[in-house]
Unconditional design. Sequence first.
Length: 483
Amino acid sequence: MSMAPLSMTALTKSQDSVDQKPAIAAIATPVGEGGIAVIRVSGSDAFEKVASCFRGADLSDPNAAPSHTVHYGTLVTPAGELVDEVLVTLFRSPRSYTGENTAEISCHGGVLVTQKVLETILSAGVRAAEPGEFTQRAFLNGKLDLTQAEAVADLIHAKSLRAVNAAGQQLEGRLGEHIRRFRQQIIDATAMVELELDFIEEDVEFANKEQLRSLLVGVMGELDVLLDTYEAGRLVKDGVRTVIMGRPNAGKSTLLNTLTGSDRAIVTEIAGTTRDTIDVDWSYEGLLFRLIDTAGIRETDDRVEAEGVRRSKKAFEQADLVVYLKDLSQPTTADELQELARWRMDAKDTPFLLVGTKADLDMAIVSGSSSPRQEQRLHYDLIISAVSGENINPLKKLMKERALEHRDLDGGSLLVTSTRHRDALQKAREHVKQALEALDMGLTGDLLAIDLRAALHDLGTVTGEITNEDLLDSIFSRFCIGK
Ligand SMILES: Nc1nc2c(ncn2[C@@H]2O[C@H](COP(=O)(O)OP(=O)(O)OP(=O)(O)O)[C@@H](O)[C@H]2O)c(=O)[nH]1
Ligand SMILES: [Mg+2]
């Protein structure tokens, strides 16, 4: 008996040739006023369409307009009306981003003139591109694997240098290479199993059971190493969700403003000023923090404030880092001590910083209104003052240190940054584990092969060897139009 070949279902990607698809067009630069704007046109008939409204070299003639050349001319409407002076850069298939014939029209960078250029191209019978459609075509034409296509969007949306680096590595294809290596190892394992299946009637034991076992153990170990990077990868890509919390008037909003150098949050001496959580992105030494200022926690009859407190608690539950502020000018009550102990406990493994604020004021402990015994039970990580600036830089350093503690992150390592990849890798790992168990239990090769095929399938979904319309739609809808 021999197994069916390792063919994959729902394989929509063309491997070798470029699909002949009609041209699409979009503005590739941000909407706004600038020196120039770029309109991108891609598709098998892109050059003919652009040529029909271009006065200059014959762009559809490969001799007059070879690949990777730039042509000056004017763009005109079908009625012959001048639209703009433009430069058209040509990339002939397959030597382009999408793999198709692509023209990039550089025009003057005004909002209306750019729109008019696009409309002129559309009036020549070109369809407006959907978000991410150029990159989707690049993927379907085998120019990029799916991890690389996703990295393009990550790079565009990156809000910190580390996120840029992580996306850059993925764009280079490092994740894809890893996955293809895993797949090859599993294909090798499947081949060993199939060999055994060929001889099953003759009751041949795995000649190479140990070899198969060590191969699978190796793959599982490497999958674990990659999966372990997800926690750091998520922080790098999405930012460290940092919740600033504490009692009303502790100085939370002041700290948010001080860290970000803005006046984003309203600060007053009235306890209960902040009613809703406020998120501000803040990048420090290449790491993105998503700072969340919360409503001060207290019992209240005010319905708006109570809702604010509920939101503060929710933010706390989702935090990657908690910065709890305690106003040092106020005595620490026994209630507050208990409350603090509870927050610490509820934070579980989430790093928790206890920070004393308003160090510039007379401390309650000094003025005698708080008992030294109570204060001694509080171990402040730092004591700061937003007014004098005392310890603000050390606080930034400490926040970064604690956020990355136990989250392996050295600059050069490859990170899994997407939940989609993490989920697929986890599933693949589970199937490899089941195959190993089947092997150890002495189950037959056909059962083992089922698990191995499932693992191959899951890995294939990461790089896009296996894909379907829904998955592609959900990935490319995250892109901007023109990419
Ligand atoms: N002297 C001094 N005053 C501060 C400091 N930080 C904040 N304050 C003052 O303390 C008061 C409360 O500050 P906020 O930042 O609004 O406090 P909060 O924790 O956001 O308060 P709620 O939003 O009401 O929960 C304001 O009058 C601030 O100017 C500090 O470091 N030193
Ligand atoms: Mg506030």
